[in-house]
Ligand binder design. Structure first.
Ligand code: SF4
Ligand code: SF4
Length: 353
C-alpha cells in the first residue's frame, strides 16, 4: 500500500480497461524473447514467494497518473497541495533516470484472522501491514523479490515499501492484475483485501495480464450510500480530508475532527465500510491464518486501555505497527479512543431511550 492509497487517489475508468486489453494484444512484438523470459522469471518467482500476481509495465505507463491527479484537484481543490506531491509517482525518471519498468505485485491480506474486538475498529489492512513487520511473511517476500532481481538477475532496483515508490494501485491496474472500483480500492481475484508493492528496475520488460474482472454494476452505489462521513461523494471520487481513515490517522485539525467525530462510531484507526459493504468482497475474507503477534496486541487495543496507556508503549509498540500515527503524535490515539467511548455511550443512551 502506498501513501496515495491512504488518501484513496484512484483514478479508474472503464475506458482504461479497454486500453489495457489493447495494450496486451499489441505488446507481443515489442519485447525480445530474452526480455519476455526475464519478465516471466520475475513473475513466477513472485508467485513462488506468495504474491498472487506480478505484472510489469513501462515507467512511461505511469504518466497517465498525472492527468488523473489534475482531474482530482479540479474536483476537490482543497486537496491540491497534498495531491501535487504525488506527481513524482507519474514522472519516475525525474528521480530515477535509469528506471525503465515498474514491477508490481499483489498479495492477499484477507487470509488472516481478524481479532473480534478490532473488527470495524481498526482497518483490516493496517492490522496485517507487513511493510515494517519482520515477523510477517509479506515483509520477507518483498525483500526476497528485491534481492532476486538485484543479485540473481543483475538489475538495478529501487523500492520504498513504506510510502511506495510509485502509485501502486495505478501501476497494478495498468499491469492488469486487477481493477479499481467505484470505492477507489484495488480489487484482485479475491476482492479488495490486498497489499500491493512495487519496484523500479532498469530493464525494459513487460508482463501485462488481460483484465478479467467485471466492472461495478451501473446501478450499485452501496459503497457511496454507506460511507459514514459522506467522503465518498461519487464513483471514483473521494474527499480525502473527510475520509475516516484520514481523520483517524492523519488529521490534526481538532475542529475538523470534532465535526466528524460522531460519524466515526467505534473506529480507532482507518475505515473499511466502503469495502465491507461491497458485493465483490462477499465471502472473500478467509481469516483462517494467524497474523504474527496480532492477538497479543489486540488484547491491549480497547479504547479504555489506550486512554490509560503510557506514551512509551504507544511510541515503542503501537507506533511501529500503525505508523501513520507517528511517535510524536501518539496523542491522536487517545483522542480517537475518547471519541469512540463517547460514541459508544451515545449509542447506549439511544438504545435505552
Ligand atoms: S467508507 Fe470509510 S474508507 Fe470509504 S471513503 Fe468513506 S470514510 Fe473513507
Ligand atoms: S459497492 Fe458496488 S459500486 Fe461500490 S465498489 Fe462495490 S460493486 Fe462497485
Amino acid at each position: 500500500m502506498s501513501t496515495e492509497e491512504v488518501y484513496n487517489i484512484n483514478l479508474c475508468s472503464e475506458a482504461f480497461i479497454t486500453f489495457i486489453k489493447g495494450r496486451c494484444e499489441s505488446m507481443i512484438n515489442l519485447y525480445s524473447e530474452d526480455e519476455n523470459a526475464i519478465a516471466l522469471k520475475i513473475a513466477d518467482y513472485a508467485v513462488s514467494l506468495g504474491f498472487e500476481k506480478c505484472g510489469i509495465i513501462s515507467v512511461d505507463a505511469m504518466k497517465g497518473y498525472a492527468d488523473k491527479i489534475e482531474e482530482r484537484i479540479e474536483r476537490f481543490p482543497e486537496t491540491e497541495k497534498m495531491l501535487r506531491s504525488f506527481t513524482r509517482f507519474a514522472d519516475l525518471r525525474k528521480e530515477f533516470p535509469w528506471a525503465e519498468s515498474v514491477v508490481v505485485c499483489s498479495r492477499r491480506v484477507g487470509v488472516y484472522r481478524v481479532p473480534d474486538n478490532l473488527n470495524g475498529v481498526i482497518g483490516k489492512h493496517y492490522l496485517m501491514d507487513a511493510r515494517r513487520d519482520r515477523a510477517a511473511e509479506g515483509y520477507h517476500a518483498n525483500a526476497a523479490l528485491e534481492k532476486y532481481m538485484a543479485k540473481d538477475l543483475q538489475m538495478q532496483v529501487a523500492s520504498s515499501h513504506d510510502s511506495g515508490i510509485t502509485a501502486c494501485r495505478w501501476a497494478a491496474m495498468s499491469a492488469g492484475i486487477g481493477v479499481i472500483r467505484k470505492n477507489n480500492f484495488f480489487y484482485g481475484d479475491h476482492g479488495s483485501y490486498y497489499a500491493i508493492t512495487a519496484f523500479l528496475v532498469d530493464r525494459k520488460i513487460e508482463h501485462i495480464y488481460v483484465p478479467t474482472h467485471r466492472p461495478c454494476p451501473d446501478n450499485c452505489n452501496l459503497c457511496i450510500k454507506n460511507c459514514p462521513t459522506g467522503s465518498l461523494a461519487e464513483p471514483y471520487a473521494m474527499r480525502a480530508f473527510t475520509c475516516a481513515s484520514f481523520l483517524t490517522n492523519k488529521c490534526q485539525d481538532e475542529a475538523m475532527f470534532e465535526n466528524f467525530g460522531s460519524k466515526l462510531g467505534l473506529m480507532l484507526y482507518g475505515c473499511d465500510v466502503c469495502q465491507d459493504v461491497c458485493p465483490f468482497n462477499k465471502g472473500k475474507w478467509l481469516g483462517d491464518r494467524d497474523f504474527p503477534g496480532l492477538d497479543e496486541l489486540a488484547a491491549n487495543m480497547t479504547p479504555e486501555k489506550i486512554i490509560a496507556m503510557d506514551d512509551e508503549y504507544l511510541r515503542n509498540v503501537i507506533s511501529p505497527k500503525f505508523w501513520y500515527i507517528q511517535p510524536d503524535d501518539v496523542w491522536m490515539w487517545k483522542r480517537n479512543a475518547m471519541n469512540a467511548i463517547r460514541n459508544n455511550l451515545s449509542n447506549l443512551k439511544l438504545n435505552k431511550d
